[in-house]
Design a binder for this molecule. Sequence first.
Ligand code: AKG
Ligand code: FE2
Length: 288
Amino acid sequence: MDNDLGCPQVKKSKFDNNPLEEFRVKEAPATAFYFPNYLTQDEHDALLQNVYDSPKPRWKQMSNRRLQNWGGYPHPKGMVSEDLPKWLSDECEKLLKSEVTEGKKPNHVLVNEYEPGQGLLPHLDGPLFYPVICTINLGGPALLQFYKEQNLDKSVGGLLLEPRSLVVLKDSLYTEFHHGIEATRADVMMNVWNLGSTTFKDEKIEIVERNSTRVSLTIRHVPKVLNVKLVGGRFVNLMFERASVENDFGVRLFSAIIPAFLPLMHIWLTVKFVWPEHVLEIDKNDCS
Ligand SMILES: O=C(O)CCC(=O)C(=O)O
Ligand SMILES: [Fe+2]
């Protein structure tokens, strides 16, 4: 039997009643889950297709990779959010249901694209996100390495991220250990915490080649969201938006009518209070 994550269901006696436990990376120094068969091949291909079908301006060229930002730009004052496209909101929903996100619905997705040989410097994801990172891996493999703050030159271990997998990082793997991807064409399999759950589990593998373009979806929850959001590149006040969500006809009518009347009100006020003065001025001038 399969569980919601598309992975074999765990016998309760063995794993503490929690089906996620089977996927915990026990060698890691803090909470990490690795789901090697999170996506079917068809789901994987469809996601990749959606990434490449996205409008060209979504791509931002960085010095060593390309990325797409979805959901809004996190900011200390709050994120101006945008609705995720269905192919991403479906993934967020699926993660929420699988209980890896601690009840927080992801509302932000970064798509990173790395050509073989490209990488990402060690970094922390910072305080603007809820401290759980879910990463869906597409295309080619890469080793995600972890570093202690005091020595960002030497990794303390890593997780091999293969296509079709999901990795979830929590607690000090989010808050304390920096993570990064070496700019190399071949990853050395030293201190790979999850090797036993990868396709190389039965092999004595020393190196994994970066054989093709890797695309990752980094999926997180931004807790602080503002009351305005971006719809088709324009700001919309969520007060009006909420009315349609609640489907309250009266409120919707009110929200539709008030903005329509504002220009009329403006004209009426101008005619009543500003224009007469102006006309009077002209009249006075005419009299003199
Ligand atoms: O590509 C990855 O797996 C890592 C991406 C990442 O760390 C980030 O976007 O903050
Ligand atoms: Fe990161």
